[in-house]
Design a protein around this ligand. Structure first.
Ligand SMILES: [Zn+2]
Length: 102
């Protein structure tokens, strides 16, 4: 069985890096760039970020928000709080679907 060495999207000639479970019309093979915008992975990471990020934000910044002391620094911390679960979810999907173990 031959393996595809390039990205599965039409017109993309970058090297294949990941293989995601997908529908019959899409082989799920993606280069690094297109893996970042692959909707099943990105959408799941967004859901995780909203749920886990909100819980972490309430734990870490809830008292500040309830007291009405929102500053630029606190707003930046809130944004970073949401990026952590998004990054972890995305990294986990990439690690689990990597084509090469290197
Ligand atoms: Zn590609």
């Amino acid at each position: 069985m031959a393996t595809q060495s390039t990205c599965g999207l039409v017109g993309c000639t970058r090297a294949a890096s990941y293989r995601f479970v997908s529908s019959a019309q899409d082989n799920g093979i993606r280069c690094r760039w297109h893996a970042l915008v692959y909707w099943p992975v990105c959408g799941r990471a967004l859901k995780v970020a909203v749920i886990v990020g909100t819980i972490l934000m309430v734990i870490n910044q809830g008292d500040v928000l309830l007291n009405g002391h929102l500053t630029v620094l606190v707003a930046c911390k809130i944004v970073l709080t949401y990026t952590v679960p998004f990054s972890v979810s995305t990294y986990s999907a990439f690690a689990a679907n990597r084509l090469h173990s290197t």
